[in-house]
Ligand binder design. Structure first.
Ligand SMILES: *[C@@H]1O[C@H](CO)[C@@H](O)[C@H](O)[C@H]1NC(C)=O
Ligand SMILES: *[C@@H]1O[C@H](CO)[C@@H](O)[C@H](O)[C@H]1NC(C)=O
Ligand SMILES: *[C@@H]1O[C@H](CO)[C@@H](O)[C@H](O)[C@H]1NC(C)=O
Ligand SMILES: *[C@@H]1O[C@H](CO)[C@@H](O)[C@H](O)[C@H]1NC(C)=O
Ligand SMILES: *[C@@H]1O[C@H](CO)[C@@H](O)[C@H](O)[C@H]1NC(C)=O
Ligand SMILES: *[C@@H]1O[C@H](CO)[C@@H](O)[C@H](O)[C@H]1NC(C)=O
Ligand SMILES: *[C@@H]1O[C@H](CO)[C@@H](O)[C@H](O)[C@H]1NC(C)=O
Ligand SMILES: [Zn+2]
Length: 511
């Protein structure tokens, strides 16, 4: 039925590797009986509670949510930009998207830049493992905060690698202070009876998606009050519920075809959009692994026709009235406090955000013009990266996501983002916040992401060696276990040893 598409791109010369693994579903992942869901909307009320429902919480506007998964590199940012950078939403702002970021091969300074440009940075584990343990989830927060200067309170979302999650995963996310999870599938068309295309809902009454897939889920479980589930909405071709297309639909073969056919893909993407748009306007999701679409990643040669097709889809979608291209975080902000279309401009999360930092200010703050010349190169053989916040002595790992900073002899350690300054206003070289007005005032959260639920914050110079006066604690692994290779995932670990196995597109595994 559904092709499982997989792209492995190994570039031994650059020692860079971008993760890409399709999250596929092969049919309905839920049913009304399996869901056994009940929720009383008179008791469960916004903004902190929302029943799973196919009806929109507010007025009828169209959302196209755009997400990307895995490592953040220049190649993957280029790939996203070719679809979004030239566009505007109805309010004139450039669309923003969600990047579910994993650690391996991420170029940290680009995460800073992407975040400061207004995009959502979310968690996708450190080393890209499905059904992850706590240290994979929380270590990524610690590393993103330390090395990319992302405030802890800004990392609110999670997507599981391979979309593999369990009830325990949901509980770990809840305990770590996440706002939402987005790995479940909505895999029954909105036009079918029993569709599971729910708007984001809270788990006050358990899960209502993936009830046939995830053990001990649904029928009221798990109860995680105020924690949101944001289903991923599949596209459907003529096979309907028998053949949902979830991530990277352009890598799938549409029903009735024997090879990838971009015209056929465009046709069913438009049809699914129209079904949502003419109905209850559940979001449409472009869930991408951008490396597949990168024209700058050496050796990866995506077809122009596919790239043009995706842009054609977005052009067409934007011609419909009241259609916005957004991040998951933006939709959630609207769901929590829905306003009619005519007032969408008043939703802060949808407004343009350009930090008012003078171009002449030379600080390493995630704005290319300001930070030019101030980045440090952390030249690790596995994956070199740049950062504003000082290179660690060793590569971050699950056991030590925030290693001590490597301070050059006679040099000065860089200062990590503190809890009372936002990223574009923080000068990590001088250890100074250039914000002096209430407009840019900021307070980060502590999150219970340390060992045994210890509350951590940003600040200091980072790592165990240079624990500062702030609450940045030395990081101790949760369980003291060593790093283990999950079966099947690390087949390509010996990157440097593998020959020039570059940009192989494989489509196989017809299930
Ligand atoms: C990493 O970031 C630096 C600074 O923006 C950039 O010059 C470099 O090309 C990036 N490399 C990759 C592979 O992303
Ligand atoms: C789900 O439960 C079944 C039956 O107990 C078990 O065989 C299976 O391994 C479980 N799956 C997962 C992912 O834990
Ligand atoms: C590709 O899909 C289009 C639209 O469904 C169809 O008209 C065309 O014949 C298909 N091309 C091939 C080679 O199958
Ligand atoms: C794809 O597009 C690029 C940029 O427009 C162009 O340089 C290249 O020749 C095109 N490739 C094909 C196969 O058409
Ligand atoms: C990913 O990171 C882990 C932990 O740092 C490391 O052990 C592993 O070798 C990395 N994977 C690859 C493919 O380099
Ligand atoms: C942030 O906190 C530090 C340490 O408590 C304090 O010295 C500094 O003045 C504060 N900065 C701002 C902008 O509030
Ligand atoms: C972390 O902070 C929360 C909220 O202040 C508190 O309830 C919790 O007990 C703290 N956790 C630990 C381990 O101190
Ligand atoms: Zn992934």
């Amino acid at each position: 039925m559904l092709p499982r598409a997989l792209l492995l791109s190994l570039l031994p010369s650059l020692a860079l590797f971008a993760w890409a693994q399709d999250g596929s579903v092969t049919g309905a992942t839920s049913s009304a009986a399996a869901a056994g869901y009940s929720c009383d909307p008179t008791k469960c009320k916004l903004p902190t509670c929302n029943c799973a429902s196919t009806s929109p919480p507010g007025g009828l506007n169209g959302f196209v949510v755009f997400t990307a998964d895995d490592a953040v590199q220049s190649y993957t940012i280029d790939a996203v930009n070719q679809f979004l950078a030239h566009r505007q939403n109805p309010n004139g702002c450039v669309p923003r998207m969600t990047y579910y970021t994993s650690l391996n091969y991420t170029n940290y300074t680009l995460v800073t830049d992407w975040f400061v440009a207004g995009n959502e940075i979310a968690d996708h584990t450190m080393t890209h493992v499905g059904t992850p343990p706590a240290d994979e989830i929380n270590g990524n927060l610690i590393a993103l905060n330390a090395l990319a200067g992302i405030p802890l309170k800004s990392i609110i979302g999670f997507r599981a690698p391979f979309l593999e999650y369990s009830v325990d995963t949901l509980k770990l996310l809840y305990a770590a202070g996440f706002t939402y999870e987005s790995s479940s599938a909505s895999a029954i068309p909105v036009t079918d009876p029993g569709t599971d295309a729910f708007w984001p809902y809270t788990l006050d009454n358990g899960m209502a998606n993936d009830c046939l897939e995830v053990n001990n889920s649904c029928k009221g479980q798990p109860v995680l009050p105020g924690f949101w589930e944001f289903p991923m909405y599949a596209f459907f071709d003529s096979a309907g519920a028998a053949g949902p297309h979830l991530m990277d639909p352009w890598l799938d073969i549409a029903a009735g075809n024997t090879a990838i056919n971009d015209s056929a893909t465009l046709e069913y993407m438009k049809n699914t959009f129209t079904a949502h748009y003419n109905g209850n306007r559940q979001p449409i999701g472009l869930y991408t692994h951008p490396v597949h679409l990168s024209t700058t990643y050496p050796g990866v040669n995506p077809s122009n026709s596919t790239i043009n097709m995706i842009n054609e889809f977005l052009d067409w979608a934007q011609e419909q009235q009241d259609v916005w291209i957004v991040s998951n975080e933006q939709i959630l902000a609207w769901v929590q406090n829905p306003v009619p279309v005519s007032q969408l401009d008043t939703v802060t999360a949808l407004q343009c955000s350009t930090p008012q930092v003078p171009a002449t200010q030379k600080i390493c703050n995630g704005i290319p013009g300001n930070e030019n010349g101030l980045l440090e190169l952390c030249d690790f053989p596995d994956f070199p990266f740049f950062t504003c916040y000082g290179c660690p002595q060793v590569e971050p790992t699950v056991d030590e996501p925030n290693p001590p900073q490597n301070v050059p002899s006679g040099g000065q350690a860089r200062f990590r983002l503190p809890t009372n300054c936002s990223t574009p206003f923080w000068d990590p070289v001088a250890g100074n916040c250039i914000c002096s007005s209430s407009n840019c005032a900021f307070t980060d959260n502590a999150r219970p992401i340390g060992p045994n639920g210890a509350n951590l914050t940003g600040g200091g110079t980072g790592g165990s060696a240079a624990a500062s006066a702030s609450t940045t604690a030395a990081y101790v692994p949760f369980n003291g276990r060593g790093f283990a290779l999950p079966p099947g995932v690390w087949a390509a670990t010996g990157v440097a040893a593998v020959g020039a196995f570059v940009g192989m597109w494989g489509v196989w595994g017809f299930l």
